[in-house]
Design a protein around this ligand. Structure first.
Ligand SMILES: [Zn+2]
Length: 327
């Protein structure tokens, strides 16, 4: 039997359930919904976490697509899908649970605390199951309410984490060094001597019907490709033609106003240091500031909401430091 919380699946079966955390003031339980898909043959457990941030529902759709396409009778190993990790944040469509200001950002507080603030307890309970059950973990994120992020992976630099990143397949050619080795579910995996990656796709400016469906599909295809790579399911995995590696520069707004990105900008196309990314203008249309490429590299994400305040996220820029060839 494979058990996560209240969900137990015998070999060749799937089950739904929850990981109980605590109760909310009105008496409703705070719990983490979970889908367990247990293969008929032994193999690794691939664990997928969606909606660590409540305004990033692309991962929920991806979990639904993956769940619909897996047949446990034909699997070697198992899959655990968490379609919504932070339910109160999801209900509020906000990054964190608005009722928990002390541990608001779930992706900064792992491994959590058994006797901590509300969301720290959620992180702690999730960490325990994740550490015990998962062989590999995929944390799904997007640009959320503020931004759009193109296909980007954050991984630690060890060989096995890079392999997991490469296993995402043909659409995922950008692998950046994990900017938060502490505080996230992949950090819990890392500390347990296992592998976890953060994958980013989607956000506010890609929620039209076709765009949102595409984000869910590309994420689901990546997860299915990981399952093929580790031979949990049958089929030939695909790989990106090559992988660019580097580090993230998060460019913050130098002024408040209207954020106007260059209309010709394209994601993941080479840029040179000093190339203009965007202008910020005041209410009369007069120029307040320009945002330019800090180094040679490429843009992998951009602010989606044109209204901007000083210090807001504006651009997710990758400084490219290397290239990995297909093995
Ligand atoms: Zn996120």
């Amino acid at each position: 039997m494979l058990t996560v919380g209240t969900a137990s699946a015998a070999p060749g079966e799937r089950a739904r359930g929850v990981i109980p955390v605590t109760n909310l003031p009105g008496g409703r339980p705070l719990e983490i919904p979970v889908i367990v898909i247990n293969g008929s043959q032994p193999g690794p457990c691939v664990w997928v976490d969606a909606v660590i941030h409540g305004d990033e529902p692309e991962g929920t759709l991806a979990c639904h697509l993956v769940n619909a396409e897996l047949d446990p009778a034909a699997m070697r190993g198992s899959v655990v899908l968490v379609p919504v990790l932070n339910v109160p944040a999801y209900e509020a469509a906000q990054r964190g649970n608005p009722l928990d200001t002390f541990s608001y950002d779930l992706n900064r507080i792992y491994p959590g605390k058994a006797d901590g603030y509300l969301t720290e307890r959620l992180a702690f309970t999730h960490s325990q199951w994740l550490r015990d059950v998962a062989t590999y973990e995929i944390s799904i994120h997007s640009g959320g309410a503020h931004s759009y992020l193109s296909e980007t992976i954050f991984a630690t630099t060890d060989e096995k984490a890079i392999e997991l990143a490469q296993a995402m397949g043909k659409d995922w050619g950008l692998i950046l060094k994990s900017f938060l080795p502490k505080g996230s579910p992949p950090a819990v995996m890392y500390e347990a001597g296992k592998q976890g990656i953060t994958v980013e796709l989607g956000g506010r400016s890609a929620t039209s019907p076709a765009d949102f469906a595409r984000c869910g599909r590309v994420l689901a295809d990546g997860i299915l490709n990981v399952l093929r790579h580790y031979e949990v399911i049958d089929g030939a995995p695909t790989y990106a033609p090559r992988w660019l590696t580097g580090v993230q520069h998060a460019l913050l707004a130098p002024a408040s106003g209207l954020f106007l990105a260059e209309p010709s900008l394209q994601f993941q196309q080479p840029m040179h240091k000093g190339d203009r990314i965007a202008r910020i203008v005041d209410v009369y249309g007069d120029l307040l500031a320009e945002i330019c490429a800090p180094v040679d590299g490429l843009i992998f994400g951009l602010r989606a909401l044109p209204n901007v305040q000083t210090g807001d996220w504006c651009c997710f820029y990758a400084e490219i430091q290397g290239e990995l060839a297909q093995v």
